[in-house]
Ligand binder design. Sequence first.
Ligand code: RP5
Length: 163
Amino acid sequence: MSKKIGIIMGSTSDLQVMSEAAKLLKEFAIDFEIQVVSAHRTPQLMYDYCQSYGDRGIGIIIAGAGGSAHLPGMVAAMTDIPVIGVPVQSRSLNGLDSLLSIVQMPPGIPVATVAINGSKNAAILAAKMLGITNPDIREKIKNYRLNLEETVLKNSEIDLNTI
Ligand code: RP5
């Protein structure tokens, strides 16, 4: 049986970005949980989450945060499963602060960091990890990729009359 994916984020203000990951997992029919867990505002909840994820069948965590984005790194420090970090675009520094906070982890505690607001890619990456042992998911990823290719090729047919 495939593991579940846990999506967490530092604030409800991250939901718009992080819901792209949820949508993709729904499309792939992959089981997931989604909730707000803040490293700074609800540290006890973050601790509890890191103690209980295994009981709920979570095998990969996607963690999004913006600004001084410590959530993905702290969760990686307290768990033994892959953590994918999503830097959420911040108001003051456009997400560069989020990106650098998440990506610059010390040796030994990795966070697989995607692009700023790249939560869809975080979900695809998580699905690919599950796909290592689940051929059904692997097939869905393959079809998704082939559809993407077909769409790009179709849209790149340029009508000379429009130029
Ligand atoms: C971070 O602070 C959250 O991940 C969010 O991106 C950012 C701003 O949070 P709010 O002030 O909008 O709640 O912890």
